[in-house]
Design a protein around this ligand. Structure first.
Ligand code: HGY
Ligand code: MN
Ligand code: MN
Length: 426
């Protein structure tokens, strides 16, 4: 496909950057934290509130809102030929417990801004457009992450997702019902002509290289595990050291070794233990059991296989050395993936057209686009974030970067539609 001919929007359409920035700042108050971040765990009341705001705002600009059985929200703007599959934009409104103002929210609100801009300009695309909010991208409350876009892409079964429990034993399906977003439409029935996701980079590369736009060519592989180490609770004062079965000591050795597994596969491998639960979690009781999470990532799946093997051997070895029991369970495997060449080149052409310094890159973070790419031509757009920090309340990006990324999103969608790529590639 000669994508050279794909030119950006010749109408010189530009988003209303102030309206977009105000929406980001306004909605950040929903679940806002004292340190200026957002805590909007999926399917909590604050997630319901932001969803209500999003639905109301989209209906106020004549968007047609549909909610599917996974709580994914689709907002449609009709085109000239509504028999065509929609060109979609989207991301997620749920956050980490101490999340920032931009992770996920940027992509959803920028999609909304594109619809508003086209309404203001009286511009009608050939294909219909859709803006999508995917439920539970973060996977912080219910794992694995991205399982609502995963059900849409046929990767997970709906009832598997409904049965997933948070650490308090609450079920996803029941919580979806409770907040009133258990929609009627089947998840995954609707076809998408293409999908573009705009997101902050969540890493340092663009800022270090002083680039405005990341043309995202793919996403690295990632694997999640649950580990439970079982020792024996006993008295912190009267139990001699040589009689202890201290689950915390075994856990600490494993955490140190997990860090080394990534360092042994430097510079691209990363490993994280982010969630630890100690039982009984009392100062003067030797921990009888420790539950913790493991997150391994690398752009090359063969290296991830190596890291996987090293993790399993290490957990067995520490359990044997300490005389404790250890259970390691693999709970999620997301292979590394590449986005659609044509969509990626449409994003790159838009960056060139608009004159933004840009570079191709692979995403370190996971996104709903990873799963949507399995059912529709997909690409992503990145902008820098300050010091590469994200999943942190101080997450920050500049208004001019937000405007730049949203204009790339607008131009990419308009260019993809004008070139009728959706038609050609059905
Ligand atoms: O973990 C991730 O990569 C994403 O932010 N959920
Ligand atoms: Mn995100
Ligand atoms: Mn995130």
């Amino acid at each position: 496909m000669n994508t050279k001919k794909i030119k950006g929007n010749r109408q010189n359409l530009r988003v209303n950057a102030e309206r977009l920035w105000n929406n980001i700042m306004e909605t950040a108050k929903i679940g806002g934290t004292a340190r200026g971040g957002i805590c909007r765990l999926t399917l909590t009341d604050s997630d319901r509130q932001i969803r209500d705001w999003f639905v109301k705002t989209c209906e106020s600009i004549d968007g047609t809102v549909t909610i599917d059985e996974m709580g994914n929200i689709f907002v449609r703007r009709p085109g000239k030929d509504n028999s065509l599959p929609p060109i979609a934009m989207g991301s997620h409104l749920d956050t980490q417990p101490s999340g920032g103002k931009f992770d996920g929210i940027l992509g959803v609100l920028s999609g909304l801004e594109v619809l508003c801009t086209l309404n203001d300009a009286g511009y009608t695309t050939k294909a219909p457009l859709e803006v999508i909010n995917w439920t539970n991208e973060e996977g912080s409350r219910f794992n694995p992450p991205m399982f609502a876009s995963g059900v849409f892409a046929g990767v997970f079964d709906r009832d598997f997702a409904y049965a997933r429990e948070d650490r308090d034993g609450k079920k996803f399906g029941e919580e979806l019902e409770r907040i009133g977003y258990h929609g009627k439409t089947k998840c995954g029935d609707q076809k998408l002509g293409a999908y573009f996701e705009f997101h902050i980079e969540q890493g340092p590369v663009l800022e270090v290289e002083n680039k405005t736009i990341g043309v995202v060519t793919g996403v690295q592989g990632q694997r999640w595990y649950d580990v439970t180490v079982t020792g024996r609770e006993s008295h912190a004062g009267s139990t001699p050291m040589n009689m202890r079965k201290d689950a915390m000591v075994a856990c600490a050795r494993m955490v140190e070794a997990i860090n080394k597994i990534a360092l042994n596969h430097a510079p691209l491998a990363v490993s994280t233990v982010g969630l630890v639960e100690v039982k009984p979690n009392s100062r003067n009781v030797i921990p009888g059991s420790v539950f913790f999470s493991v997150d391994l990532r690398h752009p090359n799946d063969a290296v991830l296989d190596e890291m996987d093997k090293e993790l399993k051997v290490m957990v067995d070895r520490v359990a044997t050395d300490t005389g404790l029991k250890a259970k390691l369970e693999s709970i999620w495997n997301s292979p590394s993936m590449r986005f659609d060449e044509v969509c990626v080149s449409v994003v790159r052409a838009a960056a060139e057209d608009l004159g933004y310094r840009h570079r191709d890159m692979v995403s370190g973070a996971g996104h709903d686009a990873v799963y949507i790419a399995r059912v529709a031509p997909t690409a992503m757009i990145f902008i820098p974030c300050e010091n590469g920090i994200s999943h942190n309340e101080i997450e920050k990006t500049e208004p001019e970067h937000v405007a730049a990324g949203a204009n790339i999103l607008l131009s990419a969608v308009v260019a993809y539609d004008k070139a009728e790529l959706g038609m050609v590639r059905r």
